[in-house]
Design a protein around this ligand. Structure first.
Ligand SMILES: Nc1ncnc2c1ncn2[C@@H]1O[C@H](COP(=O)(O)OP(=O)(O)O)[C@@H](O)[C@H]1O
Ligand SMILES: [Mg+2]
Length: 251
């Protein structure tokens, strides 16, 4: 099983509310179609179909109307992605975390993966997304695509995990780091920050923390640039490294 996240930074223009990058959507879908992988779970971020809405409608706390507007936005991106996948004959179906996940103080305490498991059994690719989710401590919280990857990694122990984003990997002093483990993280962390654009879920720093956490249980992952044509295909079909590998060992 392979877990692949496509960042909101890839599929959307994060600087402009509800703006899809159609060419990237098509390019990513084409590579997924070409790979012809079953046993694949896709997760996508919300990008400008969620972050600006959450910042506008949910900054004052829980409101059903704000939750709906945010959920509706990210669902519309999910639908666009699904339509593109289907137009390229990829057998995929959506899963909306609002319906199947519950949080407690931002942490996943319940995640009903029954439908997801059945989709995989039937060679259907589940497509999840960052979402607003009900939370027993806080009323609601934002569940990032990165957190979903972390949870599914622990639950399903995939053979590999890819985090497609809009940078070549983790950058330090202008260059890409090939490999990161916990001790190297200490060295690099002052340059690993949030996002250059609006990202209510913590940008690169939270992403790396999530991935280091799963690395501790022996699961390796890779952050790579999914805006460049060919990288998603390379990740899905070869053993070639395309970005920054995160694991516990030394290189
Ligand atoms: N050291 C770093 N290396 C690479 N990217 C970084 C680093 N520090 C912060 N970032 C930011 O993290 C962004 C990627 O995270 P994010 O915007 O959350 O993407 P996504 O939508 O794919 O989750 C990059 O575009 C960059 O602005
Ligand atoms: Mg992000």
């Amino acid at each position: 099983m392979i877990l692949l996240k496509i960042g909101g930074s890839v599929l959307t223009d994060k600087a402009r509310a509800s703006t899809v990058r159609k060419d990237k959507l098509r390019m990513v879908a084409r590579q997924i179609a070409d790979a012809k992988r079953s046993s694949l779970v896709l997760v996508h971020g919300a990008g400008s179909f969620g972050h600006p809405q959450a910042a506008t409608y949910l900054s004052k706390g829980l409101s059903a109307s704000g939750l709906w507007k945010t959920h509706r936005a990210v669902c519309s991106l999910n639908t666009k992605f699904l339509n593109e996948l289907h137009s390229q004959s990829v057998p995929a179906l959506p899963i909306h975390p609002l319906d199947s996940v519950a949080l407690d103080a931002g942490r996943i305490v319940h995640f009903d993966t029954t439908a997801l498991d059945l989709m995989l059994e039937n060679n259907i690719i589940p497509v999840l997304h960052g979402d607003i989710v009900m939370d027993s401590a806080d009323g609601f919280n934002i569940l990032s695509g990165d957190q979903i990857i972390g949870f599914l990694a622990r639950r399903m122990r995939p053979e590999k995990i890819g985090m497609g984003t809009d940078v070549d990997g983790i950058m330090y002093k202008g260059g890409k780091i090939g490999h990161l483990n916990a001790s190297e993280f200490e060295k690099y962390r002052k340059e690993i920050v949030g996002s250059s654009v609006i990202d209510v879920t913590g940008g690169m720093l939270r992403k790396v923390s999530e991935l280091l956490d799963i690395a501790k249980s022996g699961i390796q992952s890779e952050i790579f640039n999914a805006t460049r044509d060919g990288n998603v295909a390379k990740f899905l079909m070869s053993h070639q490294e395309v970005g920054t590998t995160i694991s516990m060992g030394a290189k």
